[in-house]
Design a protein around this ligand. Sequence first.
Ligand code: FAS
Ligand code: PHB
Length: 401
Amino acid sequence: MKTQVAIIGAGPSGLLLGQLLAKQGIDNIILERVTGDYVLGRIRAGILEQGFADLVREAGVAERMDAEGEVHDGFDIASEGKRVRIDLKGLTGGKTVVCYGQVEITQDLMLAREAAGLQTFYEANDVQPQDVKTDAPSLTFEYQGESYRLECDYIAGCDGFHGVSRQTIPEEVRTEYERVYPFGWLGLLSDTPPAHSELIYCKHERGFALASMRSETRSRYYLQVPLADKVEDWSDDAFWAELKKRLPQDIAENLVTGPSLEKSIAPLRSFVCEPMQYGRLFLVGDAAHIVPPTGAKGLNLAASDVATLYKIMTRVYQQNDPDCISQYSDIALRRVWNGERFSWWMSNMLHNFGQMETGDMDAATFKRFMDSELGYFLGSENGRRVIAEQYVGLPYEELTD
Ligand code: FAS
Ligand code: PHB
């Protein structure tokens, strides 16, 4: 079995990359460990940067996103009883974000891949990259009880944080940077009308809360919870009662509650693996980096990795320029670290660290610094512009000639 680009993982990174490569006539096969339904069962991101939305349009898979996704011109940050709007459109010369669930975009990409007759092996087991430092790499894997080898020119490791790709880069070659936050996010999905027309990020002494949405009839909420909490510790009633305590009063008074469709706790970490490539193996998305969701960057950083690798593969095959693969890691990492810093910064400003460790200072001093930081950036147009231009996403970097 042979292809040009072998992709590990049928999450948003792998599916979007596969669709874009196919549009350029570059053959690709995806090997995915679980079923498609399992992939679609994971409720994750909800905000797409303009760059991501444009990439989905370029892939020819944007029809439902453009019809059902909601364009958001701004969002609120609530703190100390006040709500300050970050006017994305006004502060960035017209840039906005699209509110459209990761599940939806993943489903659209899956259906497009199937319609294009592109090959995906679901429930492919024990996928192992082989000979990635040679010009004849391959993937070995088990499928329906049989052993296979997929020969290829390049391997895209789109297999997420717990995948096999990053581990394929020898430890002595990899440098990993990490910060684990002393709390998690308890997320709840409900078929109730959103609390507000735009997102509200709430800093509160009881802990952070986020009011987001998926549509005019489906809402997504998050509460900062201690790492020791288990999702079974939180009944729906307990969730709603706590959320009302953290939301601004005028919003809480009109909150429509209802049964949860999904409830889960996600740990928060900042993580980057350098380099993001090794020979003909490229790490893409969560395989290489993780951000706390406070900046809505996780899925969007995966998209910018895809954009860079897509440009490189297009140049390799259409301009016969194999040397340009050496640009991938540096270009990808420059934007990744921007997203990491913004997500870390927003997490430090908006969460309640209580008496938890904050590195080089005591919790009370850290709180004073962060309260002042947030107050300054919300209190000045320049400060709000800094938040706005990071939130809509910095421009994607082009390849050098
Ligand atoms: P993914 O993890 O989505 O996909 C990797 C795929 O590879 C999976 O389908 C997996 O089954 C497969 N795989 C793994 N190992 C394999 C192997 N050995 N062989 C074959 N296949 C293998 N981002 C935001 O922007 N906003 C959010 O609110 C947000 N919330 C999140 C909540 C949670 C609980 C989590 C875990 C992440 C969240 N994220 C959020 C980040 C998330 O959206 C990721 O950035 C996004 O899923 C990245 O997509 P992929 O890189 O495709 O990785
Ligand atoms: C979401 O809707 O899931 C969401 C939105 C913005 C974030 C994090 C999560 O920063």
